[in-house]
Ligand binder design. Sequence first.
Ligand code: NAD
Length: 316
Amino acid sequence: MTKHVLISGGAGFIGANFIAYLLKNTEYSITNADCLTYAASLENIQSFTSSERYRFIQYDIGSSEKESEIFDQKYDAIINFAAETHVDRSISNASPFIYTNINGTFHLLQAVLDGKADRMIQISTDEVYGSLSPYESPFTEHSALLPNNPYSASKASADLLVRSYYQTHSLPVIITRCSNNYGPMQHLEKFIPKVITHALTDKKIPLYGDGLNIRDWIFVEDHCRAIHMVLEQGKAGEVYNIGGNTEKTNRDVIEEIVKQTGKKNDMIEYVEDRKGHDRRYAINSTKIEKELGWSPSISFHEGIKRTIEWYRKRLG
Ligand code: NAD
């Protein structure tokens, strides 16, 4: 069925990859609503403008201004990617995180309640579950929400609001919680783009603490495919974890990139650990695998190869 979806935050990393995925794999019409913070990239969305199925509206989900322009029609779904996302920034100033991640989500929920969209998918993160010790089982959808930094706390707060709108108003909402994404179009301040660009330009590669913090990594295209399946087949009121089944220490990640770029490990420079640095995230995605038939398909080796190629071209 042809759908018209409203994608908030579509000029950022995952949102732009998701729009590219929808334009390639579906007949959907897409409205991209993004207020273009420092994290957005016009380059990310430039190629979409040639499609008749795409329009862009500069819009701030934290405010209700321009609501009449964005909601000039009813949408089949809102998919909310818009967020402040950098943990280090949330430690130095949490205010924009509260504004966008909590207030912004609230405004979109209200829009659905007011009949401006049939349903909403909230793009959340495994960071809402907090940190695991090395021998604990990965987080399931029933794990407690125990966020440890202002970014993850703001995302957890938004998740609780979304849940409350389902419980209180029976609003058709779904939450997805994904592990760490990597791939083309991510901002250079994030871990993998930083490591790749430093390796390609022969700069020292900073590594926090002892380098043994563990994350589960997923190639962004696998995440986009999962969100599309949730949009098509997901059940209202449910939470779906999405993971890459690829737990790696930060040191492992850097060493893989150093190897694939033909550089040496002596580029790695250990730096002071980040405050509140969660030790390990790992996610159990059995539910989405069993119920919707999704599983990750791109290996870490292949995903890193594609990501390096993208940044290599960008650096020229
Ligand atoms: P990003 O920082 O690359 O992009 C965020 C986008 O949101 C930017 O284009 C920005 O301009 C926009 N935005 C910010 N505030 C806005 C506002 N008030 N109104 C409208 N637009 C606004 O983020 P990302 O990495 O693409 O993450 C997207 C979503 O996925 C976030 O909700 C994040 O919590 C979640 N997530 C990210 C990861 C990851 O590894 N990157 C993993 C799991 C979940």
